[in-house]
Design a protein around this ligand. Structure first.
Ligand code: 5AD
Ligand code: SF4
Length: 448
């Protein structure tokens, strides 16, 4: 019997991939994804707990589903992801209309939990085990074949978890210890995706630079740089990206890949978090401002046109005005193409939650505003560097203003183009307008 599935994903690309896995698993059990919440037989909320705001957003959405459940008692509600991992059965106490709580290493068991509910074996199901010996289930060809149309861009998970224990970060408790996937599984998945029409792959992990260092991934140890080279060698793949890196583990070997691998897109997301060494130390980031700047210079020596983006936290406990000025000056020095910046918030089971000297909300808001205003100016200045240049763009789809695509440097480009252009096509576009968040241009020539 056909059933309708609605998935709402919060948070990072890791969660997006996990939602896709759940969707693919459930498709084998008759669930069709894409339904509205009001029509769905099963609603999955795949949650994020990285900042207090993300968690609040989820809880308010979950609260609003109480009515829906009352109206349709047959509706099943499942909570997955990082809040599920963090809260476990406590979610039932606060939100009794939830049927399933499933943790980050357990998503593969979702069909089994649903079946137990359907068979009346229980009223509620929880699976939240987190094991440091966890093995990411091998990729199954069948699962990736469920969507009818091949998409041009896909994520491939290469590792889960994080061993860094930054003072502010919830990830080691919600995603567990670092676990790398075997090389053979990753390559098999990449090859299959490309054979189905995928042209761009993003390798995903919380800390990709330490890929392969924590558990055996092949008979011979394989570094992340080697894994990138192997993936880039998959015939037919046009673009390769990865996320996320920690500056402390960024090796020269990896940086060299930007010069050696034409498919590797010239974009690097390198979260700095703060510009002050005092704050970095308190955050338990294992690099200094100077080391970060050295890495940026070295990276640019291999690929001068590389676009850099970063994450910044303002108002970490104890951050003074002078510390914050250091973050502002780092922004001036690096001139990031773009950044994600956040007000610090306490998270459960993190060390900084117990730190004294919390920064006033008002001060945090002011600092955030200042940082973002300056970043916006720099982004615009950086975008203007594209004017008159001809850049390679991968088509993503259509918008009101014509075709929308993306440069290797991760900039959105709008241009007029024929209907025949399909997502995944590569075209050359000459840029003639630069906005803060996107570029516009004229189609030069294209190959299929
Ligand atoms: N408060 C604010 N921002 C945070 N981040 C992680 N933990 C916190 C926190 N407790 C930010 C970091 C990280 C990004 C994904 O979220 O900048 O890189
Ligand atoms: Fe959010 Fe981090 Fe979990 Fe991703 S890993 S969903 S960003 S808490």
């Amino acid at each position: 019997m056909t059933k309708h599935l609605h998935i709402k994903t919060f948070g990072c690309q890791m969660n997006e991939r996990d939602s896709e896995i759940m969707e693919q698993l459930l498709a084998q059990h008759g669930y069709i994804a894409g339904a509205d919440a009001e029509q769905a037989d099963l609603i999955i909320l795949n949650t994020c707990s990285i900042r207090a705001k993300a968690e609040q957003k989820f809880f308010s959405l979950l609260g609003s589903l109480r009515q829906e459940k009352r109206r349709r008692p047959g509706l099943r509600i499942a909570v997955a992801g990082c809040v599920a991992q963090q809260e476990g059965e406590r979610i039932f106490e606060r939100m009794p209309h939830v049927d399933i709580v499933i943790g980050t290493q357990q998503i593969w068991r979702l069909p089994e939990l649903l079946q137990r509910l359907e068979q009346g074996k229980s009223k509620r199901e929880t699976a939240c085990g987190l094991d440091k010996h966890f093995v990411i289930p091998p990729f199954q060809k069948l699962l990736r074949s469920t969507p009818a149309l091949p998409e041009f861009r896909k994520f491939v998970t290469i590792m889960q978890g994080c061993d860094n224990y930054c003072a502010y970060c919830v990830v080691p408790t919600t995603r567990g210890r670092e676990i790398s996937r075997p090389v053979a599984d990753i390559l098999e998945e990449a090859e299959l995706l490309v054979s189905r029409g995928v042209r761009e792959i993003t390798l995903l992990g919380q800390n990709v630079n330490s890929y392969g260092t924590t558990n055996p991934v092949a008979e011979q140890p394989v570094s992340f740089a080697e894994l990138l080279k192997m993936t880039a060698a998959v015939p037919g793949l046009r673009r390769l990206r990865f996320t996320t890196s920690n500056p402390q583990d960024l090796s020269t070997e990896l940086m060299q890949c930007f010069a050696a691998l034409p498919k590797l897109c010239p974009h690097f997301h390198l979260p700095v978090q703060a510009g002050s060494n005092t704050v970095l130390k308190q955050m338990h980031r294992k690099y200094t401002r100077e080391l970060y700047l050295e890495k940026v210079d070295e990276l640019r020596s291999f690929r001068p046109d590389i676009a850099l983006s970063t994450d910044v936290i303002v108002g970490f406990p104890g951050e003074t005005e002078a510390d914050f000025e250091q973050t502002m000056s780092l922004l001036e020095t690096v001139r990031f193409h773009g950044s994600f910046s956040f007000k610090y918030s306490d998270r459960p089971n993190t060390r900084s939650a117990a730190f004294p000297d919390k920064v006033d909300e008002q001060v945090k808001s002011e600092r955030l505003e200042r940082f973002q205003a300056r970043q916006d100016e720099i982004s615009l200045e950086r975008n203007r560097d594209f004017l008159g240049r001809s850049v390679e763009v991968m088509v993503e789809g259509r918008s009101e203003s014509g075709v929308q695509g993306r440069t290797g440097s991760n900039h959105i480009v709008h241009f007029a183009g024929p209907d025949a252009l399909q997502p995944g096509d590569l075209v050359m576009v000459t840029i003639n307008h630069a906005g803060q968040h996107s570029l516009k241009g004229e189609l030069a020539a294209h190959e299929k």
